[in-house]
Write a protein that binds this ligand. Structure first.
Ligand code: IMP
Ligand code: MG
Length: 180
């Protein structure tokens, strides 16, 4: 399927993202200080760049695992119905867990994942989202930590895609359609 023409306007620079991750990592270290092991759970695929930068700032014993939940497909609309496409490899019962999400939009994905993982009885479970679009929320949920609150714009870059493209942009930009 061909996509309409669009350009990407930078919204959050790579430098601003890096600076914010440094701040957030200090707060995460303080919260999980003394942990035997923190299991950092990245939600595929959008969080892969964020999790890579985040774990390198964390001075904690860290293990990395991934979970994939169904998302938009190739559209710009949330499906609202969340399915688990790939589950964790490891156990989280009794462990400290940090769930890493790219964007909280309607809130369906993160709330579903948190409910699922809480049912496995981790010792402590916290969440971090790089971006939050609070004006789009349909399910009441807020990540423990948020990188940036943004307005209701469709964004790409830094791991985040539009129909699988633009994940490799080093910054966050908003999609602006051009032409007919
Ligand atoms: P939610 O379930 O509506 O909160 O949607 C969360 C997921 O939708 C995120 O993990 C993203 O994968 C995707 N998403 C939400 N907003 C955007 C966007 O602006 N650009 C690309 N993907 C988005
Ligand atoms: Mg996602």
């Amino acid at each position: 399927m061909s996509q309409p023409d669009y350009v990407v306007d930078q919204m959050i620079s790579a430098k601003a993202i890096a600076a914010r991750i440094e701040e957030l990592s200090d707060e995460i270290e303080a919260t999980f200080a003394g942990t035997g092991k923190l299991i950092v759970v990245g939600l595929l695929r959008g969080s892969f760049v964020f999790i890579a930068d985040l774990v390198r700032e964390l001075e904690l014993p860290v293990e990395v695992d991934f979970l994939e939940a169904s998302s938009y497909g190739d559209t710009m609309e949330s499906s609202r119905e969340v399915r688990i496409l790939k589950d964790l490899r490891g156990e989280i019962a009794g462990r400290d867990v940090l769930v890493v999400e790219d964007i909280v939009d309607t809130g369906f994905t993160l709330s579903h994942v948190v409910r699922l993982l809480e049912s496995r009885e981790p010792r402590r479970l916290e969440t971090i989202a790089l971006l939050d679009k609070p004006s789009r929320r349909e399910v009441e949920i807020k990540a423990t930590w948020t990188g940036f609150e943004i307005p209701d714009e469709f964004v790409v870059g830094y791991g985040i895609d539009y129909a699988q493209r633009n994940r490799n942009l080093p910054y966050i930009g908003k999609v602006r359609f051009t032409g007919a």
